[in-house]
Design a protein around this ligand. Structure first.
Ligand code: HEM
Length: 466
């Protein structure tokens, strides 16, 4: 038998000394990463940060191997390491056995029975947000969705444990931390040490979140009360090594990273879903018809979720075409085999969900928004396993996937039944990759949808005002 040496891993063109590919990344990071799929094979090397090399994995089979088979033996890589430095160790940043322990501690907070209790909070927060969006006015939809997503998550965690004033202050601080992390993970470490207002604001907000949570934890422990929120659940978790409950510091690290992992992501998907529903009259009508038939005028509840297959397909398609993830990283700890390649210890790896989900070899007509590609028949014909990874795969698969899907259905149903949006004629909505892939700007005019005459018009697309 003759052994064939694997091809060497090509280095993407355009790298310059000292800067690597920084210029292309600064100019158009998403476009640059997407262009690699058409120009190179399953693996290609780029320089994300000067002095570092990252192998971008482009082939769906190899991506799956990296996430599932190799998952337990890889570190999480630079992006997550930086998050750990900023926010403390958590399930998001941990690898190996430490990750298994942390994941077990957190899992009960994301179980099916708990999610059923969170739906009322999600619907309540969405209704409260809708009440503040004045009809006839232009709404910055992306900003509104970030606020709504943070409100839904923060209320779920703290609804019973904090008074209103403390809750509002904590939410503001979490918002500063969330925005700051996205910018920092891509910056060189020394930038964080500069005595700039940008850095001071971040540190102050993060420390304030820690202090508030530690105090809430101490009060809950003293009172022995179960407040029924996620914080109470986290408090019942024990550290497997010590057998003791998690400390205020540990819980604060988990909450800080949950806010980062679970807010921008949900907000971007909500924004894109509302954008697609607004610009596709047929899709909007079908969503509304389904909601009318299933809900018969009542507010959405958990039991309704399995009976909204069309809205489910709209969300799946949003998670395909507009995936929020642009680079998920890992790092080899030892010499590691990936397909025919042998990667030395310390190799940084990454994959881009956004580019994967738009690959014409994997999804026919990839740039068109077509919820019906997810119909059973169409799906089984066209689907390549490993091509669609909205929540990742393997041991680091999103722990909040069910939570997020519940938020998405609940929020979209609540919003579109009350309001219709209108896009300004000349607005160009482009995807930009920052902490997540989000719309560059998304301004839409809000209109009330509750007048019966208008509902009538909504079911007749030809007459409907846009
Ligand atoms: C639509 C919204 C969301 C999307 C698209 C999304 C996507 C993902 C993806 C792709 C991963 C895997 C990352 C990796 O492979 O390293 C992940 C992990 C994670 N997500 Fe989500 N996520 C969403 C919402 C949420 C929410 C709402 C929460 C929590 C409330 C959450 C918490 C987490 C956590 C804790 C992890 C790390 C899991 C681990 O490493 O064990 N996510 N998410």
């Amino acid at each position: 038998m003759t052994l064939v040496a694997p091809p060497s891993i090509p280095r993407a063109a355009g790298s310059v000394p000292l800067l690597g590919h920084a210029i292309q990344l600064m100019r158009d990071n998403l476009g640059f990463i997407a262009s690699l799929r058409t120009r190179y094979g399953p693996l290609v090397e780029i320089t994300l940060q000067p002095g570092t090399r990252t192998v971008i994995v482009q082939d769906p089979d190899l991506i799956r191997t990296m996430l599932t088979d190799l998952g337990p033996s890889l570190d999480k890589g630079r992006f997550f390491e930086k998050m750990g430095q900023l926010l403390g160790d958590s399930v998001v940043t941990a690898a190996g056995q430490e990750h298994v322990r942390k994941r077990r501690q957190l899992q009960p907070a994301f179980g099916r029975p708990e999610i059923s209790r969170y739906v009322d909070i999600m619907r309540g927060e969405t209704t409260a947000a809708v009440d503040t969006w004045a009809p006839g006015r232009q709404l910055d939809v992306r900003e509104a969705m970030v606020k709504l997503s943070l409100d839904m998550l923060a209320k779920t965690i703290f609804s019973g444990s904090l008074d209103e004033v403390t809750f509002r202050r904590l939410r503001e601080d979490l918002s500063v931390v969330m925005n700051g992390v996205g910018a920092r993970v891509m910056l060189p470490d020394w930038v964080e040490r500069l005595p700039l207002p940008f850095n001071r604001r971040f540190t102050t907000a993060r420390d304030a979140v820690r202090a508030t949570i530690s105090q809430a934890v101490a009060e809950l422990q003293d009172s022995g009360q179960d407040t029924g929120d996620m914080l109470s659940l986290l408090l019942r978790a024990t550290d497997e090594e010590t057998g003791r409950p998690l400390t205020g510091h540990q819980i604060a690290s988990e909450v800080l990273t949950l806010a980062v992992a679970g807010t921008e992501t949900t907000a971007s998907v909500l924004s894109w879903a509302l954008y697609e529903i607004t610009r596709n009259a047929d899709i909007e009508r079908t969503v509304l018809d389904e909601l009318d038939t299933v809900l018969e005028g009542r507010p959405i509840a958990l039991e309704d979720l399995p009976h909204l297959p069309y809205l489910d397909r709209v969300i799946r398609e949003t998670l395909r075409l507009h995936h929020t993830g642009w680079l998920v990283t890992r790092r080899t700890v030892t010499q590691t085999r990936l397909g025919p390649w042998s990667l030395p210890a310390g190799t940084e790896l990454a994959y881009c969900q956004h580019a994967l989900h738009r690959d014409p070899a994997l999804f026919p007509d990839p740039l068109s928004f077509n919820p019906d590609r997810w119909l059973e028949d169409a799906q089984t014909k066209a689907f390549t396993p490993g091509a669609y990874l909205p929540f990742g795969a393997g041991k680091h698969k999103c722990i909040g996937d069910r939570f997020a899907l519940t938020e998405l259905v609940t929020a979209i149903a609540t919003i579109v039944r009350r309001l219709r949006f209108e896009l300004p004629p000349n607005q160009t909505v482009r995807p930009v990759a920052q902490a997540t892939v989000r719309p560059s700007t998304l301004l839409m005019t809000v209109h009330q949808r509750n007048a019966p005459a208008e509902q009538e018009q909504c079911s007749r697309p030809v007459d409907r005002p846009r």
